[in-house]
Design a protein around this ligand. Structure first.
Ligand code: PXL
Length: 281
């Protein structure tokens, strides 16, 4: 059985980060260890006066304890991190647990729709860029890729803009990148992969359901990291992650008002199993 450790916050209510990663990665037949970096009463979008308990100082202690037991991970998947200090501790964690064949998967979750999430100072992306630099694969959306690379954010763009953006993210040091939420026209959206080693692109574009729900970036990242950890090739992994995320949105659409805080991904888990089983891996 493969094993992933995911390092991100627990938002107690509102489906994102660990409350999405743990059930989805488990459902994919992969053991999922968690390293919670903070505990919030809710995620930071759409709720006011949320609580925030910083667990930064627990990160090195947990790592040290795990090391004593020689615990190992096939994949280190990092998501939302609340402070610069957490990024430094996560870099130390990767040095300690990263082996030659460990997949370092970095979701630089910090913004959307051209803006940083509540609570992040304008210099936060430059710290997140240090983490992306050590990634085998990083999965920013367009907003995050722009903040990471100092590129002007555009609402309307063409293929060249996205391809250049992907190359710029790799020039930070990441071996490969998936730009998520790519939409060249209203009716479609998808993801664009770029590998700096091979200088090749792979795009997977699907239907766009013009309604946004919280945590869909985390759904995409959890499924992509799980599929890659299972040994599924990037082309199929990309397809599975996009198709599943779109299905979660489609399924939640009839109750969109009630569920803006997160999709009803739980009811779509049988579809995820079907997508994975089709691969025979
Ligand atoms: O989905 C990303 C995410 C994760 N964790 C927290 C967030 C967000 C996005 O807003 O607020 C706490």
């Amino acid at each position: 059985m493969k094993r992933i450790v995911t390092i991100q916050d627990i938002s107690c209510f509102g489906k994102c980060s660990i409350t999405v990663a743990l059930p989805l990665i488990s459902a994919m037949g992969i053991e999922c260890a968690i390293l919670p970096t903070s505990v919030l009463s809710t995620h930071t979008g759409g709720f006011e006066d949320f609580t925030f308990r910083d667990l930064s100082e627990d990160i090195p202690k947990i790592a040290e304890h795990w090391k004593k037991y020689s615990i190992e991970f096939d994949t280190i998947y990092t998501g939302y991190l609340g402070t610069e200090k957490q990024i430094d501790y996560v870099l130390d964690f990767i040095k300690l647990f990263g082996k030659k064949d460990t997949l370092v998967f970095v979701d630089p979750a910090m913004g959307d729709k051209g803006r940083l999430y509540t609570g992040f100072a304008s210099d936060f992306p430059s710290h997140m860029a240090k983490l992306c630099a050590v990634a085998d694969i990083t999965v920013p959306n367009i907003t995050e890729a722009c903040y990471l690379t100092g590129t002007e954010y555009k609402e309307v763009y063409d293929e060249k803009y996205v391809k250049d953006l992907a190359k710029k993210v790799c020039s930070l040091g990441a071996k490969s990148v998936v730009i998520t939420g790519v939409s060249y026209e209203k009716s479609t959206q998808g993801a664009v992969f770029y590998s700096s080693k091979d200088d090749t692109y792979i795009s997977y574009i699907a239907e766009n359901i013009p309604r946004s729900f919280h945590g869909t970036g985390d759904t995409f990242a959890s499924v992509l990291s799980g599929a890659l950890t299972r040994g599924i090739d990037i082309e199929n992994a990309l397809k599975i992650a996009v198709d599943f995320t779109v299905e979660c949105i489609r399924h939640t659409l009839p109750e969109a008002e009630k569920h803006a805080y997160g999709t009803k991904f739980e009811e779509c888990i049988p579809y995820l199993n079907e997508l994975i089983n089709r691969q025979g891996k």
